[in-house]
Design a binder for this molecule. Structure first.
Ligand code: GRF
Length: 196
């Protein structure tokens, strides 16, 4: 196998998807390595998960910066310092500017808890319940300047059950997220590696 794709995972919270990526990347034949974790929120569980796995973890608190661009400059510096090649957003609750996304064109992935292009933005489980659809799920996609848009790498379908609430649906979707994100990153990393 060639060199592994060096990946940073950017989070804002619990980091259960980060954990799934860390666990998957332990396999010797996984084509990416998780080399950096950045959180925009201090003290979140995901930072502890990174530390427990021996991965470099940084807090870049967006509140310490005058604007989005200044926050992203700091993020860019951290990514460059670690020679990161691709970024996985995993529960990162900030919108990235077009400028940053274009700097990382086709190099940022995101996981979103709906079957895109249906139900973008926030409270998507409630959006799915309100729409009365029978199936929802999750999507891993390449990040483009438009929110929750961009080429889809993988999707998993989750049936909506009678009596589902946003919380019960979210929990069942998360089970699928934890399989889908590593699978999708593996596909992406293998493809990206082949292009170089
Ligand atoms: C996930 O449901 C993901 O789809 C969404 O935010 C949540 C993050 O959860 N973008 P976690 O921090 O990975 O546990």
């Amino acid at each position: 196998m060639g060199k592994k794709l060096s990946v940073a995972v950017v989070i804002s919270g619990s980091g259960s998807n980060l954990q799934a990526l860390i666990d998957a990347a332990k396999a010797p034949d996984f084509p990416a390595s998780i080399d950096l974790v950045v959180s925009n929120r201090p003290g979140v569980k995901g930072l502890q998960r990174a530390a427990d796995a021996g991965i470099k973890a940084l807090t870049i608190d967006h509140k310490d910066f005058a604007n989005r661009a200044a926050f992203e400059e700091e993020l860019q510096r951290a990514l460059a310092k670690e020679k990161i090649e691709a970024v996985c957003l995993a529960g990162f609750m900030r919108v990235l500017t077009a400028n940053f996304v274009n700097q990382w064109k086709d190099r940022i992935l995101n996981i979103h808890p709906s079957l895109l292009p249906a139900f973008k933005g926030l409270h998507v489980q409630q959006q799915a319940l309100d729409a009365g659809v029978k199936f929802s799920g999750c999507t891993v996609h390449v990040v483009t300047p438009d929110l929750d848009d961009g080429p889809i790498i993988g999707q998993a379908i989750v049936p909506i059950l009678e009596g589902d609430t946003a919380e019960t649906l979210a929990a069942r979707i998360q089970v699928e997220e934890h399989k889908l994100y590593p699978e999708s990153l593996a596909v992406f990393a293998a493809q990206t590696g082949a292009l170089e």
